[in-house]
Design a protein around this ligand. Structure first.
Ligand code: SF4
Length: 339
Protein backbone atom coordinates (compact mmCIF):
# COMPACT_ATOMS: atom_id res chain seq x y z
CA UNK A 1 0.00 0.00 0.00
CA UNK A 2 1.41 3.37 -0.98
CA UNK A 3 0.44 6.86 0.19
CA UNK A 4 1.36 10.26 -1.18
CA UNK A 5 1.99 12.91 1.49
CA UNK A 6 1.81 16.66 1.05
CA UNK A 7 5.06 17.91 2.49
CA UNK A 8 5.24 21.54 3.67
CA UNK A 9 8.76 21.39 5.07
CA UNK A 10 7.37 21.73 8.60
CA UNK A 11 7.37 19.37 11.54
CA UNK A 12 3.68 18.43 11.23
CA UNK A 13 4.03 16.96 7.79
CA UNK A 14 7.21 15.10 8.80
CA UNK A 15 5.33 13.57 11.72
CA UNK A 16 2.32 12.73 9.56
CA UNK A 17 4.61 10.80 7.21
CA UNK A 18 6.30 9.00 10.08
CA UNK A 19 2.95 7.97 11.59
CA UNK A 20 1.79 6.57 8.25
CA UNK A 21 5.09 4.73 7.77
CA UNK A 22 4.40 3.06 11.10
CA UNK A 23 1.22 1.56 9.64
CA UNK A 24 3.44 -0.34 7.21
CA UNK A 25 2.43 1.79 4.22
CA UNK A 26 5.06 3.09 1.83
CA UNK A 27 5.06 6.90 1.57
CA UNK A 28 6.22 9.27 -1.14
CA UNK A 29 5.94 13.03 -0.68
CA UNK A 30 5.25 16.04 -2.82
CA UNK A 31 6.27 19.65 -2.25
CA UNK A 32 4.61 22.44 -4.25
CA UNK A 33 7.18 25.09 -5.06
CA UNK A 34 5.91 28.63 -5.35
CA UNK A 35 6.85 30.24 -8.64
CA UNK A 36 8.35 33.53 -7.48
CA UNK A 37 11.59 32.41 -5.84
CA UNK A 38 14.92 33.33 -7.40
CA UNK A 39 16.84 30.31 -8.81
CA UNK A 40 19.44 30.41 -6.00
CA UNK A 41 16.69 30.49 -3.36
CA UNK A 42 14.92 27.57 -5.03
CA UNK A 43 18.11 25.56 -5.01
CA UNK A 44 18.73 26.25 -1.33
CA UNK A 45 15.14 25.46 -0.39
CA UNK A 46 15.10 22.19 -2.32
CA UNK A 47 18.38 21.10 -0.71
CA UNK A 48 16.89 21.87 2.72
CA UNK A 49 13.70 19.91 1.98
CA UNK A 50 15.67 16.95 0.67
CA UNK A 51 17.74 16.92 3.85
CA UNK A 52 14.61 16.95 6.04
CA UNK A 53 12.81 14.25 4.11
CA UNK A 54 15.92 12.07 3.92
CA UNK A 55 15.46 11.43 7.65
CA UNK A 56 12.43 9.35 6.74
CA UNK A 57 13.89 7.70 3.63
CA UNK A 58 11.05 9.09 1.54
CA UNK A 59 11.15 10.00 -2.15
CA UNK A 60 10.32 13.68 -2.62
CA UNK A 61 8.61 15.04 -5.75
CA UNK A 62 9.04 18.76 -6.32
CA UNK A 63 6.23 20.31 -8.35
CA UNK A 64 6.80 23.86 -9.53
CA UNK A 65 3.55 25.83 -9.49
CA UNK A 66 2.67 27.53 -12.76
CA UNK A 67 0.14 29.85 -14.37
CA UNK A 68 -2.75 27.69 -13.17
CA UNK A 69 -1.82 28.56 -9.59
CA UNK A 70 -1.68 32.25 -10.45
CA UNK A 71 -5.32 32.13 -11.55
CA UNK A 72 -6.20 30.91 -8.01
CA UNK A 73 -4.12 33.69 -6.52
CA UNK A 74 -5.87 36.35 -8.61
CA UNK A 75 -9.37 35.37 -7.60
CA UNK A 76 -9.61 32.92 -4.71
CA UNK A 77 -13.08 31.52 -4.17
CA UNK A 78 -12.63 31.52 -0.39
CA UNK A 79 -10.81 34.86 -0.17
CA UNK A 80 -7.45 35.86 1.27
CA UNK A 81 -6.00 35.66 4.76
CA UNK A 82 -4.33 38.71 6.33
CA UNK A 83 -2.15 39.32 3.26
CA UNK A 84 -2.46 37.88 -0.26
CA UNK A 85 -2.54 34.31 1.01
CA UNK A 86 -5.50 32.38 -0.38
CA UNK A 87 -4.82 29.54 2.07
CA UNK A 88 -8.02 27.56 1.72
CA UNK A 89 -8.05 27.71 -2.09
CA UNK A 90 -4.33 27.07 -2.18
CA UNK A 91 -4.67 24.04 0.03
CA UNK A 92 -7.53 22.64 -2.04
CA UNK A 93 -5.43 23.24 -5.18
CA UNK A 94 -2.45 21.35 -3.70
CA UNK A 95 -4.66 18.43 -2.72
CA UNK A 96 -6.24 18.31 -6.18
CA UNK A 97 -2.83 18.31 -7.82
CA UNK A 98 -1.60 15.60 -5.45
CA UNK A 99 -4.80 13.67 -6.22
CA UNK A 100 -3.92 13.82 -9.92
CA UNK A 101 -0.49 12.33 -9.15
CA UNK A 102 -1.85 9.35 -7.23
CA UNK A 103 -2.59 7.09 -10.20
CA UNK A 104 0.78 7.60 -11.79
CA UNK A 105 2.60 6.87 -8.53
CA UNK A 106 0.33 3.99 -7.58
CA UNK A 107 -0.71 5.75 -4.37
CA UNK A 108 -4.04 4.74 -2.80
CA UNK A 109 -4.54 7.75 -0.53
CA UNK A 110 -3.16 11.14 0.49
CA UNK A 111 -1.63 12.22 3.79
CA UNK A 112 -1.40 15.71 5.26
CA UNK A 113 0.02 17.19 8.45
CA UNK A 114 -3.17 19.15 9.13
CA UNK A 115 -4.30 19.50 12.71
CA UNK A 116 -7.85 20.19 13.86
CA UNK A 117 -8.20 23.81 15.00
CA UNK A 118 -4.66 24.85 14.14
CA UNK A 119 -5.55 27.47 11.55
CA UNK A 120 -8.82 29.33 11.70
CA UNK A 121 -9.84 29.00 8.07
CA UNK A 122 -8.27 25.91 6.59
CA UNK A 123 -7.73 23.67 9.60
CA UNK A 124 -10.90 23.63 11.60
CA UNK A 125 -13.01 20.55 11.88
CA UNK A 126 -15.73 22.11 9.73
CA UNK A 127 -13.29 22.97 6.94
CA UNK A 128 -12.04 19.43 6.40
CA UNK A 129 -15.27 17.98 4.89
CA UNK A 130 -15.55 21.09 2.68
CA UNK A 131 -11.94 20.67 1.54
CA UNK A 132 -12.44 16.94 0.92
CA UNK A 133 -15.60 17.56 -1.09
CA UNK A 134 -14.08 20.34 -3.22
CA UNK A 135 -11.08 18.21 -4.07
CA UNK A 136 -13.28 15.25 -5.04
CA UNK A 137 -11.15 13.12 -2.72
CA UNK A 138 -13.53 12.64 0.20
CA UNK A 139 -12.40 9.72 2.37
CA UNK A 140 -8.97 9.54 0.74
CA UNK A 141 -7.25 12.30 2.72
CA UNK A 142 -5.72 10.98 5.93
CA UNK A 143 -4.75 13.42 8.70
CA UNK A 144 -2.88 11.24 11.17
CA UNK A 145 -2.06 14.00 13.69
CA UNK A 146 -5.77 14.44 14.45
CA UNK A 147 -6.95 11.07 13.16
CA UNK A 148 -8.81 10.07 16.29
CA UNK A 149 -10.85 13.27 16.27
CA UNK A 150 -12.04 12.77 12.71
CA UNK A 151 -14.37 10.28 11.02
CA UNK A 152 -12.59 7.16 9.73
CA UNK A 153 -11.26 7.43 6.20
CA UNK A 154 -11.50 4.88 3.39
CA UNK A 155 -8.01 3.42 4.06
CA UNK A 156 -9.02 2.77 7.70
CA UNK A 157 -12.47 1.41 6.85
CA UNK A 158 -11.03 -0.95 4.26
CA UNK A 159 -8.40 -2.12 6.73
CA UNK A 160 -5.44 -0.91 4.63
CA UNK A 161 -4.08 0.95 7.67
CA UNK A 162 -4.83 1.33 11.34
CA UNK A 163 -4.37 4.69 13.02
CA UNK A 164 -4.78 3.47 16.61
CA UNK A 165 -1.24 4.62 17.42
CA UNK A 166 -1.92 8.18 16.22
CA UNK A 167 -2.46 11.13 18.56
CA UNK A 168 -5.54 13.34 18.80
CA UNK A 169 -3.91 16.74 18.47
CA UNK A 170 -6.03 19.82 18.23
CA UNK A 171 -5.39 23.54 18.46
CA UNK A 172 -2.27 25.61 18.14
CA UNK A 173 -0.27 24.10 20.98
CA UNK A 174 2.83 22.33 19.78
CA UNK A 175 3.54 20.23 22.87
CA UNK A 176 2.57 16.84 21.44
CA UNK A 177 4.36 17.49 18.15
CA UNK A 178 7.56 18.45 19.98
CA UNK A 179 7.37 15.30 22.11
CA UNK A 180 6.87 13.18 19.00
CA UNK A 181 9.82 14.88 17.29
CA UNK A 182 12.00 13.84 20.23
CA UNK A 183 10.55 10.32 20.25
CA UNK A 184 11.32 9.84 16.54
CA UNK A 185 14.61 11.79 16.65
CA UNK A 186 13.50 14.16 13.91
CA UNK A 187 15.20 17.42 13.03
CA UNK A 188 12.65 19.91 11.84
CA UNK A 189 13.95 23.37 11.11
CA UNK A 190 11.21 24.90 8.92
CA UNK A 191 12.28 26.56 5.64
CA UNK A 192 13.41 30.16 6.25
CA UNK A 193 10.99 32.98 5.58
CA UNK A 194 7.78 30.97 5.36
CA UNK A 195 5.23 31.62 2.65
CA UNK A 196 5.78 34.99 1.00
CA UNK A 197 2.07 35.38 0.33
CA UNK A 198 1.46 35.75 4.07
CA UNK A 199 3.79 38.76 4.17
CA UNK A 200 1.56 41.83 4.48
CA UNK A 201 3.87 44.16 2.55
CA UNK A 202 4.30 41.71 -0.31
CA UNK A 203 0.56 41.06 -0.22
CA UNK A 204 -0.21 44.75 -0.78
CA UNK A 205 1.97 44.74 -3.87
CA UNK A 206 0.31 41.58 -5.19
CA UNK A 207 -3.16 43.10 -4.72
CA UNK A 208 -2.06 46.38 -6.32
CA UNK A 209 -0.87 44.42 -9.35
CA UNK A 210 -4.09 42.44 -9.63
CA UNK A 211 -6.11 45.67 -9.42
CA UNK A 212 -3.96 47.46 -12.00
CA UNK A 213 -3.25 44.66 -14.50
CA UNK A 214 -6.15 42.31 -13.82
CA UNK A 215 -3.77 39.35 -13.86
CA UNK A 216 -0.43 38.11 -12.59
CA UNK A 217 2.57 36.61 -14.31
CA UNK A 218 5.50 34.79 -12.78
CA UNK A 219 7.85 37.57 -13.90
CA UNK A 220 5.67 40.28 -12.36
CA UNK A 221 5.47 38.40 -9.05
CA UNK A 222 9.24 37.99 -9.00
CA UNK A 223 9.68 41.72 -9.59
CA UNK A 224 7.52 42.49 -6.55
CA UNK A 225 10.36 41.23 -4.38
CA UNK A 226 12.78 43.76 -5.79
CA UNK A 227 13.14 47.44 -4.83
CA UNK A 228 10.76 50.16 -3.67
CA UNK A 229 7.42 50.19 -5.51
CA UNK A 230 5.50 53.29 -6.51
CA UNK A 231 2.07 53.39 -8.16
CA UNK A 232 2.20 56.57 -10.23
CA UNK A 233 -1.08 56.06 -12.08
CA UNK A 234 -3.46 53.11 -12.46
CA UNK A 235 -1.54 51.98 -15.54
CA UNK A 236 2.00 52.95 -14.64
CA UNK A 237 4.28 52.00 -11.79
CA UNK A 238 7.92 52.50 -10.93
CA UNK A 239 10.40 50.30 -9.10
CA UNK A 240 13.55 51.88 -7.63
CA UNK A 241 16.46 49.55 -6.83
CA UNK A 242 17.74 49.53 -3.24
CA UNK A 243 21.18 48.07 -3.85
CA UNK A 244 23.55 46.85 -6.54
CA UNK A 245 21.93 43.41 -6.78
CA UNK A 246 18.46 44.87 -7.28
CA UNK A 247 19.77 47.37 -9.85
CA UNK A 248 21.27 44.46 -11.78
CA UNK A 249 17.98 42.57 -11.71
CA UNK A 250 16.08 45.63 -12.97
CA UNK A 251 18.69 46.15 -15.69
CA UNK A 252 18.47 42.53 -16.84
CA UNK A 253 14.66 42.67 -16.81
CA UNK A 254 14.72 45.73 -19.06
CA UNK A 255 17.33 44.28 -21.44
CA UNK A 256 15.44 40.99 -21.78
CA UNK A 257 12.25 42.79 -22.80
CA UNK A 258 13.64 45.90 -24.44
CA UNK A 259 11.74 45.32 -27.70
CA UNK A 260 8.38 45.22 -25.82
CA UNK A 261 6.53 48.51 -25.48
CA UNK A 262 5.96 50.05 -22.06
CA UNK A 263 9.28 49.73 -20.23
CA UNK A 264 11.51 52.58 -19.06
CA UNK A 265 14.92 52.38 -17.39
CA UNK A 266 16.07 55.47 -15.51
CA UNK A 267 19.39 56.54 -14.02
CA UNK A 268 20.47 59.88 -12.57
CA UNK A 269 23.64 61.07 -14.32
CA UNK A 270 26.72 62.42 -12.59
CA UNK A 271 26.56 60.65 -9.22
CA UNK A 272 26.07 57.12 -7.89
CA UNK A 273 22.43 56.17 -7.53
CA UNK A 274 19.81 53.53 -8.23
CA UNK A 275 18.29 52.28 -11.43
CA UNK A 276 14.55 52.68 -11.68
CA UNK A 277 12.23 50.66 -13.89
CA UNK A 278 8.96 52.11 -15.15
CA UNK A 279 6.27 49.70 -16.33
CA UNK A 280 3.09 50.48 -18.25
CA UNK A 281 1.68 53.59 -19.85
CA UNK A 282 2.89 56.82 -18.22
CA UNK A 283 0.56 59.84 -18.18
CA UNK A 284 1.88 63.40 -18.54
CA UNK A 285 3.92 63.80 -15.35
CA UNK A 286 4.58 60.18 -14.48
CA UNK A 287 7.99 59.79 -16.11
CA UNK A 288 9.12 63.07 -14.59
CA UNK A 289 7.93 61.93 -11.17
CA UNK A 290 9.77 58.66 -11.59
CA UNK A 291 12.86 60.65 -12.58
CA UNK A 292 12.45 62.68 -9.36
CA UNK A 293 12.21 59.49 -7.38
CA UNK A 294 15.37 58.22 -9.11
CA UNK A 295 17.25 61.42 -8.25
CA UNK A 296 15.90 61.39 -4.70
CA UNK A 297 17.67 58.09 -3.99
CA UNK A 298 20.86 59.15 -5.79
CA UNK A 299 23.93 60.69 -4.12
CA UNK A 300 23.29 64.10 -5.65
CA UNK A 301 23.04 66.80 -2.99
CA UNK A 302 19.65 68.31 -2.20
CA UNK A 303 18.63 71.51 -3.98
CA UNK A 304 20.43 70.73 -7.21
CA UNK A 305 19.28 70.09 -10.72
CA UNK A 306 19.78 66.48 -11.81
CA UNK A 307 19.79 65.05 -15.32
CA UNK A 308 18.11 61.67 -15.51
CA UNK A 309 18.68 59.37 -18.46
CA UNK A 310 15.66 57.37 -19.65
CA UNK A 311 15.93 54.34 -21.91
CA UNK A 312 12.60 53.69 -23.59
CA UNK A 313 11.82 50.15 -24.79
CA UNK A 314 9.93 49.14 -27.91
CA UNK A 315 10.52 48.55 -31.61
CA UNK A 316 12.17 51.94 -31.81
CA UNK A 317 13.83 51.89 -28.41
CA UNK A 318 15.57 55.15 -27.73
CA UNK A 319 17.25 57.31 -25.14
CA UNK A 320 16.04 60.56 -23.72
CA UNK A 321 17.05 62.80 -20.82
CA UNK A 322 14.99 64.89 -18.42
CA UNK A 323 16.17 67.47 -15.96
CA UNK A 324 14.56 67.45 -12.51
CA UNK A 325 15.12 69.36 -9.31
CA UNK A 326 16.21 67.28 -6.33
CA UNK A 327 14.46 69.31 -3.69
CA UNK A 328 13.37 68.17 -0.28
CA UNK A 329 9.59 68.19 0.11
CA UNK A 330 8.71 69.26 -3.43
CA UNK A 331 7.27 65.87 -4.23
CA UNK A 332 5.33 63.94 -1.69
CA UNK A 333 6.84 60.62 -2.64
CA UNK A 334 4.96 58.68 -0.04
CA UNK A 335 1.65 59.25 -1.80
CA UNK A 336 2.88 56.96 -4.58
CA UNK A 337 4.51 54.31 -2.45
CA UNK A 338 2.89 50.89 -2.27
CA UNK A 339 3.38 49.89 1.35
S1 SF4 B 1 0.62 29.70 3.65
FE1 SF4 B 1 1.04 30.09 1.48
S2 SF4 B 1 1.48 28.05 0.61
FE2 SF4 B 1 0.48 27.72 2.59
S3 SF4 B 1 -1.67 27.48 2.08
FE3 SF4 B 1 -1.35 29.65 2.57
S4 SF4 B 1 -0.94 30.63 0.62
FE4 SF4 B 1 -0.70 28.44 0.31
Amino acid sequence: MKALALFSGGLDSLLAIKLIQETGAEVEAVYFLQPFLAPAEEEKLIAHLQKLIAQLGVKLHIVRLDEEYLRILENPKHGYGKAANPCLDCHIFFLRKAGEMMDKLGAAFLVTGEVVGQRPKSQNRGAFPKIDEETGLAGLIVRPLSARLLPPTVPEEKGWISLDHCPSIQGRQRKVQLELAVKYGLEYEAPAGGCLLTNVEYGRKVKDLIKADGSLTIDSLRLLRIGRHFRLNPRFKGIVGRNHRENQILFRYFCKQRSTEGLYLLKALGAPGPLALGLGGPATDDLKNLARLTSRYSDHPWDTSVSVKILVSGEKHHLTTVSVAKKQGTLDLEQFRII
